[in-house]
Design a protein around this ligand. Structure first.
Ligand SMILES: NC(=O)C1=CN([C@@H]2O[C@H](COP(=O)(O)OP(=O)(O)OC[C@H]3O[C@@H](n4cnc5c(N)ncnc54)[C@H](OP(=O)(O)O)[C@@H]3O)[C@@H](O)[C@H]2O)C=CC1
Ligand SMILES: O=C1CO[C@H](CO)[C@@H](O)[C@@H]1O
Length: 366
């Protein structure tokens, strides 16, 4: 029974009516093999075939998940029974693959990985090519489907917190290493901060200005030169809201043995209430659900602490694919559509520019 100040919160994606639409997967690394495909299967979706660079690895992943394996993605794309393509390859490889995908008239939808392009200009080209080809493009900004992020969005949509005043994401955690990061010289902004920037945009819309300050990660700078190690940024909104995040992917000398006190906390303060939570992925492979707790002026002595068993890695990875399939069923654009994602890409670009020029940047001007 609900009490005053208690809200119905969404923590799961909306499933498509028809879950049997065949999905073809390109890439067989961690995120495809251990997160995307298991999440699709758990929700009754239908990933049928997979292809990537190394046929032996692909065959092993295909066997594990009961899928067909193709030796090349070109062979997969030629299979006219597969209208949906799910891509999870390094960012510098993604554009060429999308270019090939849209040559095939039977393909109706693409779920691409974040970052959509190597930079905003490339992401724009991808969006324009997909639009011209009539292929629906969605981007896998799946932090939006982290259960606590969805729950917070529900609170905001129901105006439970009043006008948002101040919001923070405090990350002290080391993301899993992807070998191509060294080749690209990227550590945090296009890898992890892109999720936090996208989450702020999902919660509050597009900011007017971003001020970012970055420094190198002392551990990674021994391996390769980068600018985006530990990243801090402040988003300024016209209505006075300030949202900021510090993405500390070093987390103290954690991996050098000084203890493992790591995690991610978020908090939204509004004129009528406060919500705060944790993000569970840093404990992966342990299944550690994200959390939320909130209190409002309607019932000031009562903190509500709804809980669930689902986790971001892997469960939340069903969200963007469900969204794409629902959008195709209804003949509309997914909320996570490619053109909309250009705003998130612009926010990332604004962070790079801001840090370089030591001034606030309006992402809408890029
Ligand atoms: N949305 C999210 O939460 C997350 C998104 N990601 C994104 O997903 C993507 C993949 O990440 P992840 O799985 O962790 O990375 P991995 O390095 O584990 O896997 C990359 C995959 O791409 C394949 N690949 C590499 N080069 C090529 C190529 N030239 N042509 C075709 N395939 C190629 C690799 O092949 P091979 O098996 O031969 O090495 C491998 O199967 C990245 O864009 C990353 O940013 C990653 C983590 C989380
Ligand atoms: O997108 C992402 C989400 O979180 C992961 C945590 O290991 C990152 O590595 C990744 O790139």
């Amino acid at each position: 029974m609900s009490q005053p100040g208690e809200y119905e919160l969404q923590t799961k994606p909306i499933l498509p009516e028809d879950r049997s639409i065949p999905i073809g997967c390109i890439g067989s690394g961690f995120i495809m093999a251990d997160c995307q495909i298991p999440a699709y299967k758990a929700n009754g979706l239908n990933p049928v075939a997979i292809a990537s660079r190394s046929p032996d690895k692909v065959a092993a992943v295909a066997k594990r998940h009961g899928m067909k394996s193709y030796a090349t993605h070109q062979q997969l794309l030629a299979d006219e029974s597969i209208p949906i393509i799910d891509i999870a390859v390094p960012p510098d490889v993604q554009f060429d693959i999308i270019r090939e995908v849209i040559q095939h008239k039977h393909i109706r939808g693409i779920l691409a990985q974040k970052p959509l392009g190597m930079n905003l200009a490339e992401a724009r080209e991808i969006v324009e090519l997909c639009e011209a080809a009539g292929v629906t493009l969605a981007v896998n900004q799946n932090m939006r489907y982290d259960q606590s992020v969805l729950a917070a969005k529900s609170l905001l949509q129901q105006n439970a917190l009043g006008e948002p005043v101040f919001a923070t994401i405090d990350m002290r955690a080391v993301p899993h290493w992807m070998p191509w990061q060294e080749r690209l010289g990227w550590l945090t902004l296009r890898i992890m901060s892109i999720h936090h920037l996208d989450t702020f945009r999902y919660w509050f819309g597009m900011p007017s200005r971003i001020f970012a300050s970055l420094r190198t990660d002392p551990r990674t700078s021994e391996k390769f030169t980068h600018v985006d190690g530990i990243c801090t940024y402040i988003l300024e909104y016209e209505n006075g809201l300030r949202a900021c995040s510090w993405d500390d992917v070093w987390a103290g000398p954690m991996t050098e043995g000084a203890g493992a006190d790591h995690g991610i906390n978020w908090r939204i303060e509004g004129t009528a209430g406060l919500a705060q939570g944790t993000i569970g992925w840093p404990k992966y492979p342990e299944r550690c659900p994200s959390t939320i707790e909130y209190v409002t002026k309607q019932n000031p002595d009562n903190w509500f602490r709804p809980r669930w068993d689902d986790v971001w890695f892997p469960d939340a990875f069903a969200g963007p694919m469900c969204e794409l399939l629902c959008a195709l069923e209804q003949g509309i654009q997914p909320v996570l559509n490619g053109r909309d994602n250009l705003k998130t890409m612009a926010m990332v670009e604004a962070c790079y520019l801001s840090a370089q020029q030591h001034r606030a940047i309006d992402p809408k001007s890029l």
